[in-house]
Ligand binder design. Sequence first.
Ligand SMILES: O=C(CO)COP(=O)(O)O
Length: 262
Amino acid sequence: MGNKRTPLVAGNWKMHKTPAEAGNFVKLLRESVDQQGGSVEVIVCPPFPALAAVASKLAGSEIGWGAQNMHWEAKGAFTGEVSAPMLQAMGCHYVILGHSERRGHFGENDEVIRKKLTAAITCGLRPIFCLGEDLATREAGQAVEHCRKQLRAGLEGLELNQPLALVVAYEPIWAIGTGKTATAEDAVEVISALRQEIADMYGEEFASIMRILYGGSVSPESISSFMKEEMIDGVLVGGASLDIDKFTAIIQTTAKLRGKTA
Ligand SMILES: O=C(CO)COP(=O)(O)O
């Protein structure tokens, strides 16, 4: 029974780890979680300077990697930025877009995020499109509507040829880095609404295949409550993905509860 979606465990390292630290980490990760036959998809998203080290240590492994941001133009006079073709040339499969830290600290709005999503997909990168409400919005009972709106705003006019080209991550802002996770029920409520929205935009079949993750203070202790819910297709992990034991434990619990056998 259940759905056919392969669970995804993604580590967002944010602004952590030098190239040497990142290389050592993924070497250990490879030793402990590679060779599961793709029952769980695992990726890490290091900062830009560590991408080359990660790519070289993970070459030929089942573990993938992605970036945390990109510009929407392919090239040009944009000091300090990197583009989708550059990330693709580094072997990135994924790019995190729309993260609340980009929205909050760097002023990224729906229009910017939409342009980035389009550029990434056009280039063959899979965006992990993050969205989520702040505490005031949740307390006002507006969480579901807020997230639906963010999803629609990001995807407006976006052509998707296939549902695996995009991953959505529900990350309530009040749960990020706070040690306070949403309950699995909270996450299921929002994620079900997002899946319905995807069905309205792209059709039921699309919505049954596209993956929607939860993120926000995910830990070895909380992972099983999320992975018991068929509606949640994996997790986007911040702090706990920096620690090899914690990240490995999260992956192993996900494999145990939800791993797909080929
Ligand atoms: O922002 C996050 C992942 O993108 C979540 O971070 P934490 O797991 O540290 O709360």
